[in-house]
Design a protein around this ligand. Structure first.
Ligand code: ADP
Ligand code: MG
Length: 421
């Protein structure tokens, strides 16, 4: 029988690590930590699946620190990859915290800001690199470090890292690091297709699945509002943000343009402090926005999906999906910015008629119905402008065709015929 692990002391971690954990205020290991840490310590490849905010970072970092023990040689021995710069920074901060009493060397390298300081961080040798894939390859080609000693590869947000956008870069990295190594993959979502893809390089992985993939945390109350159009969404957003209990809010939107517009609206109409973050913002601005939101100086953060993955900000009271994410897994990650580490949270999603299709898919993914609420009295329901209406109808046509290739596309055909006449 497997021994029950209830305390960090049962996990065979050394005194230095235990001290750091206690200073961090952790009382007991979370389920993913209980299950993944012993397996990792015994050298297994791991596919770790656990809900958002349940301590996956420590689940891969703590056994890694045990394995590396102390500063050794010149060359990095572990590589941790993340999909976004902000997450890379955050993971390194975690490492720093857990390393308080260890003399391991670690660094974070990411694109969008100068490479000089990042390169210099290697001057006195390196043990752990946290990186986004692009900058990692750049500095490798630049001979900032050699990869021969890398014996552990961690891929955080693994399903995101293995989607089409990133996979070519991941393959490049796999080619330049030793084949004989331990692989640790973690995420809250893990579609079947990614599981298959991971077979390319995982060796008999132990799949540690604390809850079925894409499960959402019970502590997050999920609400849905059907809202007919953009302007009404704005009205509802304003109404909600004005409420006192909306103390720390992330508003997720699909596009950078919308993010800027909604930010301007909030800045004009709401007395709470607000910042915006998306991929077109300079890296310093991005980091400042996140820091200011983490510190509580900023109460509302308007963001594209760039912060949907991994970002750990304590006590986020509400996540508002101004629009429904088109990648269904992103819903799980977006709302997972609240309800972290056993805190409560509320996730509110606005959905127009063209987005109902995605809501159905999301509900299937998370295996849960999202509670539908009526738009509160007093909120002005605007008339849908002609163009917005046409766009939504076209989108619905597209969805129907996707479900049924024989579907004739009532909307498109009618329009074409009209034109001919
Ligand atoms: P995930 O990667 O699963 O989304 P994180 O690793 O970001 O979650 O951890 C979420 C929060 O929980 C962090 O603030 C972290 O410090 C905290 N945490 C991690 N492990 C524990 C624990 N055993 N007890 C209490 N808090 C923890
Ligand atoms: Mg994480």
């Amino acid at each position: 029988m497997v021994q029950k692990i209830e305390n960090f002391e049962d996990l065979k971690l050394n005194k230095q690590i235990l001290n750091a954990i206690h200073e961090a205020g952790y009382q007991e290991p979370t389920l993913i930590q209980q299950k993944a840490i012993p397996l990792s310590l015994s050298g297994h490849d791991i596919m770790g699946i656990a809900q958002t905010g349940t301590g996956k970072t420590a689940a891969f970092v703590l056994p890694l620190l045990m394995k590396l023990k102390y500063a050794q040689g010149n060359d990095p021995r572990a590589l941790i990859l993340t999909p976004t710069r902000e997450l890379a920074i955050q993971v390194q901060k975690n490492i720093e915290k857990y390393c308080t009493y260890l003399d391991l060397r670690h660094t974070v390298i990411f694109g969008g800001s100068g490479a000089k300081a990042q390169i210099e961080s290697f001057n006195d040798g390196m043990d752990i690199i946290v990186a986004t894939p692009g900058r990692f390859m750049d500095l490798y080609r630049n001979r900032t470090f050699i990869t021969k000693q890398i014996k552990t590869l961690v891929i955080d947000e693994a399903d995101k890292m293995m989607d089409m956008g990133f996979m070519p870069q991941i393959r490049q990295i796999l080619e330049i690091i030793p084949v004989k190594r331990q692989n640790l993959l973690f995420s809250a979502t893990m579609p079947e297709s990614v599981m298959k893809l991971s077979e390319e390089f995982l060796e008999f992985p132990e799949v540690v699945e604390v809850t079925p993939q894409a499960s959402t945390v019970d502590a997050i109350e999920q609400k849905l509002f059907k809202v007919p159009n953009f302007k009404t969404k704005i009205n509802l957003l304003g109404h909600l943000l004005n409420k006192e209990e909306f103390t720390k809010v992330i508003v997720f939107v699909k596009t950078k343009g919308n993010a800027d517009n909604i930010f301007k609206f909030i800045e004009r109409k709401i007395t709470k402090s607000v910042k915006v973050i998306h991929g077109n913002k300079g890296q310093n601005t991005r980091i400042n926005s996140i820091d200011s939101f983490k510190d509580g100086d900023t109460q509302i953060l308007v963001s594209t999906d760039v912060t949907a993955r991994g970002l750990d900000v304590s006590m986020v009271s509400h996540v508002i999906n101004f629009d429904v994410p088109l990648i269904y897994e992103d819903y799980v990650h977006r709302i997972g910015r609240t309800g972290r580490a056993k805190n409560d949270g509320v996730a509110i999603t606005f959905c127009n008629m063209a987005e109902e299709y995605y809501i159905k898919k999301i509900q299937k993914l998370i295996n849960k119905e999202i509670d539908l609420f009526k738009i509160p009295e007093g909120i002005e329901i605007e008339k849908t402008p002609f163009i917005e209406n046409q766009e939504m109808l076209r989108e619905i046509d597209h969805q129907k065709r996707k479900e049924n290739p024989d579907f004739k596309g009532a909307f498109h055909d009618k329009k074409k015929k009209k034109k001919k006449r």
